[in-house]
Design a protein around this ligand. Structure first.
Ligand SMILES: [Fe+2]
Ligand SMILES: [Fe+2]
Length: 169
């Protein structure tokens, strides 16, 4: 049975994953206003993915008879000045989440909750990929600077980032 600090931290992490959904949704909304459809599609997809992360933790807590606490989801920033500002915020947020997940893993080791530790391995790998993806887009935005043509090219590229590959059947 899940209880104590591990359960508390898992509930907090579930809330942060829901906040990630909100943050990517705010990004998608901003990209919609700029008519950057590729960025909008990518961040919408990311938003949906974040809800699956939250639900993974939700399901895990239920499976182990832990009390689920659905606390308030903070509002994300909704006034953005540039695409680079949005992606910088997303990248920083992903890095912060990696740190939080590492904190929970550290605790599971301290209290010998190896079941939760193994459960969190999936998140460690996922965070590595998410950080890498946000970092790559951020670096490209920095290279592009104020070049509108470059931005439109990147918009076309990011439209398919993270999309599930087509079935071979
Ligand atoms: Fe996530
Ligand atoms: Fe994420």
């Amino acid at each position: 049975m899940l209880k104590g600090k591990v359960l508390e931290m898992l509930n907090e992490q579930m809330n942060r994953e829901f906040f990630s959904w909100y943050l990517y949704l705010s990004a998608a909304t901003y990209f919609n206003t700029l008519d950057l459809e590729g960025f909008e599609q990518w961040t919408r997809r990311q938003a949906t993915e974040e809800t699956t992360h939250a639900m993974k933790i939700y399901n895990y807590m239920l499976e182990r008879n832990g009390e689920v606490v659905l606390s308030k989801i903070p509002a994300p920033t909704q006034k953005w000045n540039s695409p680079i500002e949005v992606i910088e915020a997303v990248y920083q947020h992903e890095c912060e989440l990696t740190g939080r997940i590492n904190d929970i893993v550290r605790l599971t080791r301290e209290v010998s909750d190896y079941t939760t530790e193994v459960f969190l391995h999936w998140f460690i790998t996922e965070q590595r990929e998410e950080e890498a993806m946000a970092s790559r887009v951020l670096q490209k935005l920095k290279m592009i600077g104020n070049d509108m043509g470059g931005l439109l090219m990147l918009d076309a590229q990011v439209a398919t980032v993270g999309q599930a590959p087509e079935s071979a059947t």
